[in-house]
Design a binder for this molecule. Structure first.
Ligand code: UT7
Length: 327
């Protein structure tokens, strides 16, 4: 028995922040952003809404598509680095908002690899036989922690995310293999320094803008290119897959150049590489479920799909699955 994705839902807020808008905030240009990252615009959540709202919209799409009620859900996992609050968990807030009265849940923080970590975790609850319906969300409200005075970071990130429903599958489709890695020595290159127990928020930390995302872009880029490409190749090799055997690569949307390098290493033709970074930027844990929802109509039952991500921590990994339904 395998754990299969049997429905997907995505959500981005309506408000668009274009590269031209950012030109008015920092010393940058539309040309620089597009050529260095592939991003044209990103979305921003309205004031008063947060990551739980992204998850709620995405899950409601899944429930209505599948005609199931929220109280059938056993478990909700929310991958995010921008929870509504430090506690309670965003998963608890989501459960309450959708009326998932029989579900338990928790948040999982692995930055841009969060959705992969959460998918692997949800998969184990299905494979164990313990649960029949698990919701895995990947969502982030990056605008809450982005410094719109820092051109190194504000041009990259956006808000949005999505969710998948995992159910047991007996026909061979579903999650087949995963490789997940982490290396905490990379923590100094991509982080949100203040606000946790090491540096609780103070007037000084706010003045120093330490409650925002910090990234040493060039260093992260080097690690991301190497590790995402290597892990994608590794999962192919150990499952005896060649480029021609893979139908789609769903890679974390951090930078078009990183995605291209990964696809090249995996020897994939361009039409197999799903890309929507131009519309949403980097939504951290949200990118892979947003690819699923944008390109759902392309997937066919039995398709070989490889997921790959790299993010803060450092965290990275790859998952190989067989798509389980025709939409
Ligand atoms: O999602 C989780 C993991 N994160 C990632 O994977 C992101 C990885 N990093 C990146 O995607 C890239 O490093 C960035 C997009 C963040 C930056 O691109 P880059 O090609 O690595 O640029 P850079 O930082 O090496 O900067 C090149 C030049 C510098 O100017 P000089 O020193 O050559 O004169 C920067 O000051 O570009 C300048 N620059 C900018 N110029 C215009 C940096 N940011 C900007 C900007 N607009 N926004």
């Amino acid at each position: 028995m395998r754990a299969a994705i049997t429905a997907v839902g995505g959500y981005v807020p309506e408000k668009v922040l274009t590269n031209k808008d950012l030109e008015k905030l920092v010393d940058t240009s539309d040309e620089w952003i597009q050529s260095r990252t592939g991003i044209k615009e990103r979305r921003v959540m309205p004031t008063g809404q947060a990551t739980s709202d992204i998850c709620v919209h995405a899950i409601q799409k899944i429930l209505s598509k599948r005609g199931i009620s929220a109280d059938e859900i056993d478990l909700i996992i929310v991958a995010t680095v921008t929870p509504d609050h430090v506690f309670p968990a965003t998963a608890n807030i989501v459960s309450d908002k959708i009326g998932a009265s029989n579900a338990w849940g928790f948040d999982l923080g692995a930055a841009c690899s969060g959705f992969l970590y959460a998918l692997e975790t949800g998969t184990k609850f299905i494979e164990s036989g313990k649960h029949k319906k698990v919701i895995v969300c990947g969502a982030d409200t990056m605008s809450a922690i982005v410094n719109y005075q820092d051109r190194n970071t504000c041009i990259i990130f956006g808000d949005g995310g999505g969710a998948v429903l995992l159910e047991p599958s007996e026909d061979g489709n579903g999650v087949i293999d995963s490789i997940l890695r982490s290396d905490g020595s990379g923590r100094e290159f991509l982080n949100q320094k203040a606000g946790g127990s090491m540096y609780p928020p103070t007037h000084e930390s706010i003045d120093a803008r330490e409650h925002y995302v910090f990234q040493e872009g060039k260093t992260v880029f080097k690690f991301a290119v190497t590790n995402m490409a290597n892990v994608g190749r590794e999962i192919m090799d150990r499952n005896n897959l060649e480029g021609k055997d893979i139908d789609f690569l769903c890679a974390h949307q951090a930078n078009l150049r990183i995605i291209d390098a990964t696809a090249k290493r995996m020897e994939l033709d361009d039409d197999k590489v799903l890309i929507n970074i131009e519309k949403y930027g980097n939504t951290t844990a949200g990118t892979i479920p947003l690819l699923f929802s944008d390109f759902e109509n392309k997937f066919k039952k039995g398709d070989n799909v490889v997921l790959a991500a790299f993010g803060g921590g450092f965290t990275w990994g790859s998952i190989y699955l067989k798509w389980a339904y025709n939409s």
